[in-house]
Design a protein around this ligand. Structure first.
Ligand code: GTP
Ligand code: MG
Length: 219
């Protein structure tokens, strides 16, 4: 679906990544978001796959390019290229397996090591449909998100709960940061012009003084 190039109708291209332990539901969250599909029997991802979706934010069109990697350690030899240029990450754990929550520490470490400093990170506790098997409470996710300064949401890729919201929250936040940066760049450009203008005035004054001086000497 789509190409890696920015389409004519798109104003922004945002690279984002999905990370977290194997079988937490990363690929299904992505297929739900990109194609509205869910597969109960999905296979572990090998290497990297990606999908695109165009989203309207305000009056701009954003192309979200979402990379989905293997959670299994043996397939993860790509780390730095995976994170390169990524503006956002969805960090997923499975609310029915405590170990996937404990491992978030490792994922956060990797994100901080390889990711962009102002990357938007959304923490996602997936599989809320499996109420009976819950091993991680909502408040656990909330407090980790608070401590680590992340956005937080619980989802069910199976029942399509909050999936759209999780991706849209990340994309909207990236958009806000990008707009703020382009505004600051414009302001810097404007103040540079003011400074250059001042330099010209000084230059003109200097020239007048010099002329006067010359006149003075010839008298
Ligand atoms: P890796 O590619 O190995 O890293 O795994 P993954 O994180 O991509 O997991 P994947 O999406 O392949 O899902 C693993 C299993 O969990 C599959 O059997 C899915 O059907 C199931 N699954 C994913 N999301 C949900 C969910 O929200 N609810 C339930 N009940 N099962 C889910
Ligand atoms: Mg996968």
């Amino acid at each position: 679906m789509g190409s890696s190039l920015l389409d004519d109708e798109c104003d922004y291209l945002f690279k984002t990544v999905l990370i977290g332990d194997s079988a937490v539901g990363k690929s299904n969250l992505l297929s739900r978001f990109a194609k509205d599909e869910f597969h109960l029997d999905s296979k572990p991802t090998i290497g990297v796959e990606f999908a695109y979706r165009n989203i309207k934010v305000g009056d701009k069109m954003v192309k979200a390019q979402i990379w989905d990697t293997a959670g299994q350690e043996r397939f993860r030899a790509i780390t730095s290229s995976y994170y390169r240029g990524a503006l956002g990450a969805i960090l997923v754990y499975d609310i029915t397996r405590r170990v996937t929550f404990e491992n978030l520490r490792k994922w956060l470490h990797e994100l901080r090591e390889y990711g962009n400093r102002d990357m938007v990170i959304v923490l996602v506790g997936n599989k809320t449909d499996l109420v009976e098997s819950r091993e991680v409470e909502v408040r656990d996710g909330q407090s980790l998100a608070q401590v680590e300064d992340l956005c937080f949401m619980e989802t069910s890729a199976k029942e399509n709960l909050n999936v759209e919201d999780a991706f849209l929250q990340m994309i909207t936040k990236i958009f806000e940061i990008a707009s703020q940066k382009s505004l600051e760049a414009k302001e810097n450009e404007a103040s540079k012009q003011v400074l250059e203008g001042r330099k010209e005035i000084i230059y003109v004054v200097d020239e007048v003084t010099a002329t006067k001086h010359t006149n003075c000497c010839t008298l």
